[in-house]
Design a protein around this ligand. Structure first.
Ligand code: SF4
Ligand code: SF4
Length: 141
């Protein structure tokens, strides 16, 4: 019984330790090159915000109908990518064809939009917009 409890709780305590360590890391020195993750078009008009909950370093900034990742803060931990119900998050070197301009858009809007650190309700018609193409023109700033 004790062994089973340890099996369940040891990985959890390990995760907590890793997260605690990440929180104590100093800011990235200028010579460390870390690939950033990027939010792409399918987030527009969805904004489910599940990604925000797992980010250990608070990289996400929100606009009216889209979220972006600040590339200067992202530590490439990969935690947000599988959490996005819209499959809108990619590593910057694995972006789908035609989504490359979102690298610049994330960097630019992260400087303008406020930080978001807590999960919020998705936009009311998020499920209807999930998977629709050609949403860039609907991005609100
Ligand atoms: S989980 Fe995906 S769709 Fe939701 S806000 Fe984050 S990036 Fe956008
Ligand atoms: S890869 Fe990690 S650090 Fe970067 S935005 Fe996603 S959760 Fe945050």
């Amino acid at each position: 019984m004790v062994g089973r409890v340890q099996q369940v709780f040891y990985p959890l305590s390990l995760s907590a330790k890793i997260l605690a360590r990440i929180h104590t890391l100093p800011p990235k020195p200028f010579w460390v090159i870390i690939m950033a993750f990027v939010v792409t078009e399918n987030c527009i008009k969805c904004k489910f915000t599940d990604c925000v909950d797992v980010c250990p370093v608070d990289c996400f900034h929100q606009g009216p109908n889209f979220l972006v990742i600040d590339p200067d803060e992202c530590i490439d931990c990969t935690l947000c990518e599988p959490e996005c119900p819209a499959n809108a998050i990619f590593a910057e070197d694995e972006l789908p064809e035609g989504q490359e301009h979102f690298i610049q858009l994330n960097a630019e809007l992260a400087k303008e939009w406020p930080l978001i650190t807590e999960v919020q309700s998705p936009l009311p018609d998020a499920d209807d917009w999930n998977g629709k193409e050609g949403k860039l023109d609907l991005l609100e700033r």
